[in-house]
Design a protein around this ligand. Sequence first.
Ligand SMILES: [Zn+2]
Ligand SMILES: [Zn+2]
Length: 335
Amino acid sequence: MGLNGASGCLTLLAEVWEPIKGVKVIELDEGVVKPVRCFLLKGLDGHILVDTGYKETVGELLEAVQNHVIEAVVLTHLHTDHSGGTSTVKSKLTTKLIYHERELYTLRQAMKVSEWLSKVFYDKEEYMTVKYALELFSTIPEPDELIANGMNLAGYRVLHMPGHTPGHVIVVSDEYAVTGDLILQDDTSNVAYVPIEGYHPLTEYLKSIVKIAKLGVGLILPSHGPIFKDCRQRVAEIFTHHFERLSQTSKALQKGLTSPIEVAEEIRWSKGSYSNLGPVDKWLAILETLSHLDFLVETGYAKRVNIMTYGLSEQAEWNNVMRRLQAIADGLWKI
Ligand SMILES: [Zn+2]
Ligand SMILES: [Zn+2]
């Protein structure tokens, strides 16, 4: 982030750089949570803006794009670090807003989970923090156009890569892919459970990262952390990470623990034990635990009594879990 004091008053400017011809990276840092990137891609009659960053950094974003014609704004997904500036961008720029219909569905459902949240969180303050985050989420405008998987947008392909969220998309050219939170070099993307009929987040996530590896694009441009070239090694590491989390989940069930919170307390989270996490991280941990439980239910290892109660199934067979992981990974190893 740079400072421009030429006019006598300090204006915060986003750092803008070009990793490859035709791509401008706009680095945005709201100071508390991790920095995020938006991308300005050269289109046919102007530029495509991918994501709008934090609500707090939208002024910097607008400064960075002010001399460009924006043909369309694509949201990779609706998490507030990627979509927080959207309503301001829509009011200041004449452009169409595009995102996936599953994100729109999630947006419409967001406030309906409020009652369930109050049951999940024992602590009133934690509940209010997460509820506030959901309320921010619900201010995102509805799209002018929905994304169809594989659609051509100004010469780019927009591909549906679910798992981090149900309607997560990436934008792909022949040389690179703008990948949002699909795959990160120095962090593992949260794989959140969302109650959508037939949606199995961990299965879809693992299939998505195999797909991105098979695309074989030269440069991966994620929204956080380092940009990188070959993602196959990283995909293999993420498979191992989820294998370990599934093992810890299964051990919790073997101990007779039944609720997602009890199971989450048994998982080794990257930021420490469950009890030491902040309210939003606790919420993400519960959603990811539900995704791992869902995977174990899908493979017949576990049974679900209801969304808050799980157990081992009568014929719990760990080999079935391994076979399922292997079947998804096969797509990668057979390249
Ligand atoms: Zn995200
Ligand atoms: Zn993000």
